[in-house]
Design a protein around this ligand. Structure first.
Ligand code: PHE
Length: 449
């Protein structure tokens, strides 16, 4: 067997994980969910869940990977044959996310193209975004460009090289975001939006906020997708799992936080608070308006969408790499075959998701458009299922001690071990079961939140 390569430095591990963690989840999904679900209340719940549940599950998954030196399918099988199905289940999650992720990646590319070609003012007009996504051909073309681009990188097996570029792109993205934030906050009227975003309001607090926050947390940190297990399998015993997890969480949440600070007050200023509930279109509708009102808006907007595009593309690539390497491991396929199969099924499913806002907009599943349904089934159903099984597996099969021993390898100190054991045994499984039941009941219309 080939010697498993490992990350040379802890910071290398953290940056690689952060580059794949930071993507559309932070920049596109977090702000619109926060806007829809009560601003400050959502933010507060998100942060609390992140340092408790997010922390616990990330530590568990990375440790399982490092302990077994295998990716999800092999790792669960090695630890307990009866749990081999858990590896397969976690493999399905990125398979569902990838096609629609590439569709939104395509939207971002379209906006970059619009800005660089001087269509920036048109992009700021009301109705531009809806007109674009309800077309047939154009969104499909942008989607296929992103899908094919990711396919080439994954086929050539150079994903690590791409991820390295994250070291340069991530800081540039952060600086740009800070510039836009400062600009937005200096607009008259933005204070209302800042208040909505930062000050939790009990009135806005509901169970639905919890549901949205936990789904987002998993999505953003790539939990329950088998991905952290693979990352862990490449991590050296010398490096400290606990502090790596803290750093990844900090960085990922910082980017999401800034994205919200950039978008939510801007919504108040440019579109009024009625626009808060606009959902997935928030980034595409509001930000062009902000750029249009800046003197150097076209340049800032062009660079901004380029950065978002790269952040999204690196995530599309790592999602695709996860799917392809699972195919290779599970079915002993050649890389080229695995890439072709992945491109084919993603082309079909992503195509349907893209058309779901246009010619297929009449097709809804439980009242959701195709893309929203794919998002729902992966984030609100499968991820909790995988997380519940992971908790049961760690709490009762291999026992928390097995994870603690891994985190404490080579003399590392595991400061949060009591919190970890408590959450994984007594809190997380029950809470996740509750989340799962309520999100299914909600989708079936049995239960109105
Ligand atoms: N976490 C990424 C985001 O927030 C999505 C992603 C999931 C990327 C899994 C890679 C792997 O956009």
């Amino acid at each position: 067997m080939k010697e498993r390569s490992s990350f040379n430095s802890k910071i290398g591990f953290v940056l690689a994980a952060a580059a794949s963690a930071v993507g559309l989840g932070n920049l596109w999904r977090f702000p619109y969910l926060a806007a829809q679900h009560g601003g400050g209340s959502f933010l507060l719940i998100y942060i609390i869940l992140s340092v408790t549940f997010g922390f616990t599950l990330m530590v568990a998954e990375i440790s399982i990977g490092r302990k077994t030196k295998l990716s999800a399918i092999g790792a669960y099988k090695k630890l307990n044959k009866k749990f081999a199905f858990e590896g397969v289940l976690s493999m399905i999650v990125p398979m569902i996310i990838l096609p629609y992720y590439a569709v939104i990646n395509g939207w971002v590319l379209k906006y970059f193209a619009a800005f660089i070609s001087g269509e920036d003012k048109a992009a700021a007009a009301d109705g531009y975004f809806n007109a674009f996504i309800s077309e047939t051909g154009e969104p499909l073309v942008w989607f296929l460009i992103c899908l094919a681009g990711a396919g080439v990188v994954v086929f050539l097996g150079v994903t690590h090289g791409i991820e390295k570029s994250g070291k340069i792109l991530m800081p540039v993205l952060l600086v740009l975001m800070v510039i836009v934030v400062v600009f937005v906050l200096s607009r008259p009227g933005s204070l209302e939006g800042v208040k909505y975003y930062l000050v939790p309001n009990v009135k806005n607090l509901s169970f639905k906020t919890f549901l949205a926050a936990i789904g987002q947390l998993f999505y953003s940190l790539s939990i329950s997708m088998g991905i952290l297990i693979s990352y862990g399998s490449y991590m050296s015993k010398k490096h400290h799992i606990e502090s790596s997890v803290h750093q990844i969480e900090f960085f990922d949440t910082l980017v999401a936080f800034l994205a919200g600070l950039m978008i939510i007050p801007a919504v108040f200023t440019f579109s009024g608070d009625a626009a808060l509930s606009s959902g997935p279109s928030l980034m595409f509708v509001t930000l062009p308006k902000v750029f249009a009102s800046m003197a150097t808006g076209r340049i800032v907007g062009t660079v901004f969408f380029l950065m978002v595009f790269f952040a999204a593309l690196t995530s599309t690539i790592s999602l695709m790499e996860a799917v392809v390497s699972n195919f290779i491991d599970a079915f002993h396929m050649k890389r080229s075959t695995a890439v072709l199969i992945t491109l084919a099924y993603c082309g079909v499913l992503g195509g349907l998701a893209s058309l779901g806002y246009g010619p297929l907009s009449g097709v809804t599943i439980f009242g959701m458009h195709i893309l929203d349904f794919m998002d729902f089934i992966s984030n609100s159903v499968l991820m909790p299922v995988v997380a519940i099984i992971t908790c049961i597996f760690v709490a009762f099969v291999i026992k928390p001690g097995a994870i603690i021993e891994e985190v404490e390898a080579e003399g590392s100190v595991f400061r949060g071990k009591k919190v970890f054991s408590f959450i994984i045994k007594f809190v997380a499984p029950w809470f996740m079961i509750l989340i799962l039941i309520s999100s299914i009941m909600q989708a079936l219309g049995l239960f109105k939140l």
